[in-house]
Design a protein around this ligand. Structure first.
Ligand SMILES: Cc1cc2nc3c(=O)[nH]c(=O)nc-3n(C[C@H](O)[C@H](O)[C@H](O)COP(=O)(O)OP(=O)(O)OC[C@H]3O[C@@H](n4cnc5c(N)ncnc54)[C@H](O)[C@@H]3O)c2cc1C
Length: 359
């Protein structure tokens, strides 16, 4: 089979890139090793369209803000739900007011005006978010967050790609690839080979393996995030502790409303022993409840589900969007950890821009 671009990986990043490329009139094929799209990291996240991403100097922070804005457009265009919500960064105890004032000042300096950063007292937080506990004495409120449904987003992206003439091959693992001056040939586990003029490596946790076929060296290390889903209490907005430096255990995380009405806690942050290590312990679940229950006015119901995701991290802890040393027509997307869901539409535009002149 011959196409202009082959994308390896049908997670949100590969699908957004393929959708964007197909919109420019080039032929695109996405190959995915799993039987359904989005079964990797893209179905094991917190569903949040983020605003604040630290450090502000990073590529992931910039693309987080750009991607966030693009979601409103894609939600209409592709027909998936996006609920805009506020986030409250809550403080309690002595010095709560001054800490929120200082953090709000810093965030106003770093974030665009649409984030409408404000400092508000606890009673106003409770008016706007009745699930917030009396422990919250002050909070920094940030606008412009969003919540989506992972499965819905992936299925709408797959449909949108199909409508633009792109092809999606499932249960089709790319097992090797070779590049020459004119073409890239990818061999699939199904026995079919795909001949393309360009390749996008969106293989998530396995993007280092795909890059190695072209002699490009990266190391992706999995970092585990455990999340729990609860029926009660229900929240309207994101609630979390005020901390500009994320703690190692939670990397931030929070209490997050889900589109179906349930409440998600987390994610946590821990090392994983392999790229298939989805284990968790009761201690992981208890740690989340211990951390976030004090922010809630009602008792937390027992979790109805525990979700474990693996972040594809690199040593730089930032996104890597880079051409292969072997060919400018091969683009590696490596280290697309959080906020990769949020940034995916912005990453897609960069990829389309990088390949645009070459196709
Ligand atoms: C616990 C946790 C919570 C998170 N929460 C958020 C959040 O709330 N908001 C946010 O913005 N981000 C969040 N993220 C980050 C976000 O989920 C990821 O950045 C994003 O899903 C990455 O998408 P991807 O397409 O790059 O990876 P994946 O979804 O993993 O896609 C890669 C695909 O490539 C396929 N593949 C791999 N190798 C091959 C091969 N050789 N041949 C064919 N196919 C192959 C895989 O099967 C997979 O489907 C979170 C991450 C974690 C772990």
């Amino acid at each position: 089979m011959k196409v202009d671009v082959v994308v390896i990986g049908a997670g949100v990043v590969g699908l957004f890139a393929a959708y964007e490329l197909a919109g420019t009139g080039v032929s695109v094929a996405v190959v995915e090793k799993e039987p359904r799209p989005g079964m990797g990291v893209s179905s094991r996240h917190a569903n949040v369209i983020h605003v604040i991403q630290l450090p502000f100097s990073s590529l992931k922070s910039r693309l987080c803000l750009e991607g966030n804005r693009l979601y409103s457009r894609y939600s209409e265009e592709l027909g998936f739900r996006l609920r805009r919500v506020k986030a409250y960064l809550a403080a309690s105890g002595p010095g709560a007011k001054i800490r929120t004032v200082l953090v709000a000042r810093y965030l106003r300096w770093k974030l665009p005006p649409w984030a409408q950063v404000a400092t508000i007292p606890g009673n106003r937080v409770r008016d706007e978010e009745p699930a917030a506990s009396d422990n919250v004495s002050w909070a920094v409120a940030v606008n412009g967050y969003g919540v989506i449904d992972a499965e819905e987003l992936v299925s709408r992206l797959a449909r949108g790609l199909d409508e633009r003439g792109g092809e999606l091959f499932l249960s089709a693992e790319a097992v090797s690839a070779a590049v020459s001056d004119e073409k890239i040939v990818v061999e699939l586990s199904t026995g079919i080979s795909v001949e393309a003029r360009a390749l996008v490596n969106a293989a998530g946790l396995y993007s280092d393996r795909v890059a190695s076929w072209f002699g490009d060296s990266y190391m992706v290390t999995p970092a585990k995030g455990v999340m729990t889903i609860h029926e009660k209490p229900r929240v309207r907005s994101i609630l979390t502790h005020l901390a500009l430096k994320p703690s190692r255990e939670t990397k931030g995380g929070g209490i997050i409303p889900q589109l179906g009405g349930r409440t998600l806690l987390g994610p946590s942050y821990a090392e994983a022993s392999s790229k298939e290590d989805y284990r968790y312990s009761p201690a992981d679940v208890e740690a989340l409840a211990r951390r976030f229950a004090p922010l809630l006015s009602e008792p937390l119901s027992s979790p109805v589900e525990v979700i474990v995701g693996l972040r594809p991290t690199t040593r730089s802890r930032d996104f890597i969007i880079r051409r292969s040393d072997r060919s400018p027509r091969i683009i590696h997307l490596v280290g697309i950890e959080s906020p990769g869901l949020t940034a995916a539409p912005a990453i897609a535009r960069i990829v389309a821009g990088m390949l645009g002149k070459l196709l």
